[in-house]
Design a binder for this molecule. Structure first.
Ligand code: SF4
Length: 179
């Protein structure tokens, strides 16, 4: 049977006369990526930038992700925004486990990525990177990252979910990807 040159976002070739469950999965993934529901999970100053992204100027609603949920059970994106203390660590893990699959994690800011300015010899209070606790899909560096950086992180989550980049790539990032 001749293959049609049609590729879905997930990279699956569309063939005639076959029921392809991958196509349904691809369609579901597009829907998921365009309606991510982040959990309200601000831990420190980076959360202010996350709030800015939800407001009118940066308007995360344009990309389908404005429905911040106060319950982990209703969320599929955990944005870890701020410093993860050792006291908070069990709650982070529990909330992650309460999120229904499929689910994604975005580490926002240097604290969530590696401990940021609180990482020093002899520190005893913080987790030096939330990926020591749960799997992280996208890292957005900065102290704090600008709201545009969080939007770029959201785009990268969408790319990860669907296998396709949906929005124009910023010039600097395009150069990095070309290297
Ligand atoms: S990375 Fe900087 S801005 Fe973000 S929580 Fe840590 S200290 Fe605050």
């Amino acid at each position: 049977m001749a293959e049609k040159n049609l590729l879905t976002p997930g990279g699956h070739v569309v063939e005639d006369g076959l029921v392809r469950l991958e196509l349904a999965e691809d369609a579901m993934n597009i829907c998921r990526s365009m309606s991510l529901w982040p959990m309200t999970f601000g831990l420190a100053c980076c959360a202010i930038e996350m709030m800015a992204v939800g407001m009118a100027r940066y308007d995360m609603a344009r990309f389908g992700a404005e429905v911040f949920r106060p319950s982990a059970r209703q969320a599929d994106l955990m944005i870890v925004a701020g410093t993860v203390t050792k006291k908070m660590a069990p709650a982070v893990v529990r909330l992650y486990e309460q999120m229904p699959a499929p689910k994604w994690v975005l580490a926002l800011g240097n604290c969530a990525i590696s401990g940021g300015p609180f990482k020093f010899k002899g520190q005893y209070g913080i987790v030096e990177g939330v990926d020591n606790l749960i799997p992280v899909d996208v890292y957005v560096p900065g102290c704090p990252p600008r709201p545009e950086a969080l939007l770029e992180g959201l785009f990268q989550i969408q790319e990860k979910v669907t296998g396709k980049r949906w929005w124009p790539v910023p010039e600097e990032l395009a150069k990095e990807r070309a290297l």
